[in-house]
Write a protein that binds this ligand. Structure first.
Ligand code: FES
Ligand code: FES
Length: 159
């Protein structure tokens, strides 16, 4: 079957790619565009490791077709740091040792960034609810939650 031509924006750059009709956005990112920061934990929308934003809305790339990116704007973990300058969330994840194997980390960071854009001053409960769709088998979550709250505080102080 003929591939589909897709024009989209990824991390601020205009991008074109060809994909199969059934190819997920996660597979397009990883296999066609070599943007391998988004991870595949489950491929069924359960783990959040593939989290990206689509026009600012948090979505699971494994539940989205590549063809659905046509005309939209996508942000992935690769767009989070500004050159060598880590995003405050990335820095706080390092400071709090909020990762171990790291498979879940890109998804947590993308999801947490999405939260802080909507709610710059979340409570711990709000952080835990927002990140309930992101699973981590290593850290026990407490360090992740503390890192997000700390990043939120430093981002508020910087504005
Ligand atoms: S790989 Fe997409 S939610 Fe798990
Ligand atoms: S750090 Fe290993 S799954 Fe979260």
């Amino acid at each position: 079957m003929a591939k589909i031509h897709v024009s989209t924006t990824i991390n601020g750059d205009e991008v074109e790619f060809l994909c199969e009709t059934e190819q997920t956005m996660l597979d397009v990112l990883r296999d066609e565009l070599q943007l391998t920061g988004s991870k595949e934990g489950c491929a069924s929308g359960d783990c959040g490791a593939c989290s990206i934003t689509l026009d600012g809305r948090l979505v699971c790339a494994c539940l989205m077709l590549g063809a659905e990116a046509q005309g939209h704007s996508i942000e992935t973990i690769e767009g989070m740091a500004q050159g060598e300058q880590l995003h405050p969330l990335q820095q706080k994840f390092l400071d709090h040792a909020a990762l171990q194997c790291g498979i879940c980390t890109p998804g947590f960071l993308v999801a947490a960034k999405s939260l802080l854009e909507k709610n710059p001053d979340p409570t711990e409960t709000e952080v835990r609810y927002w990140l309930a769709g992101n699973l981590c088998r290593c850290t026990g979550y407490d360090k992740i939650v503390r890192a997000v709250l700390d990043a939120a505080e430093s981002m508020r102080e910087a504005t």
